[in-house]
Design a protein around this ligand. Structure first.
Ligand SMILES: Cc1cc2nc3c(=O)[nH]c(=O)nc-3n(C[C@H](O)[C@H](O)[C@H](O)COP(=O)(O)O)c2cc1C
Length: 360
């Protein structure tokens, strides 16, 4: 159904559809459903401990023999001294909200809960050997990457510019996720910090396709068959959808998050750093409007999330998403509340129909 079958052949999957890894919102049940339907399910591990990652992966292995993707962040750790000062300033900026919600301002800043890929996670991959391993924010050290490759896994990472795509290819990626401006969640940018120059999916995909030899997977703002066909026309070999899968019952999201997604229009999102310190696209809520969307006070990734955590927890107890990251891309309006396996199959069928191909 694609102009080429490179991604299907690379990963051993039937459909050129990848469910995006979405840290904090996806666990094994969605991954199993998507992979069983013939797509590539992705387990995000950036917010999981080693034990949680192991048990999710073992559950996946027990429930499906189809290929799966396991995803990690690989940001550089923040410099502790500078970070401490900034965390204090950030906490002062948020002090009014602590007072309003009745939270003790002397509470120690919580850990941000987002860990970078390390040797312990690598050992787990060596033991459980997932078919695909993907990274966000570049790639891990040469030594760790070599170990991942020795497991036999195919390696992916996200590029937000042509330069990043070339860098990923020359550092050994087997495929590249071209992440356009429309995308929900964190921008995978790692060679630039300039959000004003970030590129939309329509312009990014064909330029990356022209620049690299490995297959390109289009991501960002794709949520139905029209977007998938458009991505193929731009030269993508597959698509990676995130926001569309947040509407599935398998998505582990809070009630206020789900309600905000249901109500989202095309212009509901902002690129914001207030939840983590790095730019990410989410639905505008109170914290984003009042403190962001981009704040110079936000400490380096991932530390900004620490001081926001108590606010988020308290507000969510009262059914409010005012202080929660509500990650979403610009095409939320196109989402459908279908089980993840059915969504995957329907997207494939609808794409075939739009391309004038016989149903499979
Ligand atoms: C809720 C959410 C969480 C995300 N978390 C991750 C993650 O953990 N790792 C990653 O590589 N990409 C992550 N992303 C980005 C996706 O991989 C992908 O680029 C994006 O969802 C595509 O745009 P779309 O949401 O418009 O489909 C996340 C996206 C969303 C919406």
């Amino acid at each position: 159904m694609t102009p080429d079958r490179r991604v299907q052949e690379l990963f051993g999957i039937e459909l050129p559809i990848i469910q995006a890894p979405m840290a904090g919102s996806v666990l094994s049940d969605m991954v199993i459903a998507v992979s069983e339907a013939g797509g590539l399910g992705s387990l995000p591990c950036a917010m999981l401990s080693i034990e949680q990652t192991r048990s999710e992966l073992l559950r996946i292995r027990a429930k499906t023999s189809k290929p799966v993707n396991v995803n990690f962040f690989c940001h550089r750790a923040p410099q502790v001294d500078r970070a401490r000062e900034r965390e204090e300033a950030w906490k002062r900026r948020l002090a009014g909200y602590y007072a309003e919600l009745g939270i003790d301002p002397t509470t120690a800043v919580a850990s941000s809960g987002r860990a970078a890929f390390d040797g312990a996670m690598c050992e787990l991959l060596e033991e459980l050997a997932p078919e695909v391993v993907s990274f966000h924010f570049g790639l891990p050290s040469d030594e760790l990457l070599a170990r991942v490759r020795r497991t036999g896994a195919k390696v992916l990472s996200s590029a937000t510019t042509v330069d990043e795509a070339r860098w990923l290819e020359s550092n050994g990626c087997d495929g590249i996720v071209a992440q356009g401006w429309e995308a929900g969640g964190h921008r995978g940018m790692f060679l630039t910090e300039d959000i004003a120059s970030q590129v939309g999916t329509m312009a990014l995909v064909p330029q990356i396709v022209d620049a690299v030899k490995v297959p390109v997977i289009a991501a960002g703002g794709i949520a139905d068959a029209r977007g998938i066909v458009a991505a193929f026309a731009l030269g993508a070999s597959a698509v990676q959808l995130g926001t569309a899968y947040l509407f599935c019952p398998e998505a582990r999201i809070s009630a206020p998050y789900r309600a905000a997604l249901d109500a989202a229009k095309d212009d509901a999102t902002r690129l914001t750093n207030v939840f983590s310190g790095r730019p990410a696209r989410g639905l505008a809520n109170r914290l984003v409007r009042e403190v962001g969307p981009m704040s110079e006070l936000a400490p380096e990734f991932p530390l900004a999330g620490g001081a926001v955590a108590p606010l988020r927890a308290k507000a969510e107890q009262h059914g409010s998403g005012d202080f929660s990251p509500l990650w979403s891309g610009q095409a939320a309006r196109l989402g459908r509340a279908l089980p993840a396996g059915e969504l995957t199959r329907r997207l494939a069928e609808e794409t075939r129909a739009l391309l004038g191909l016989a149903p499979s």
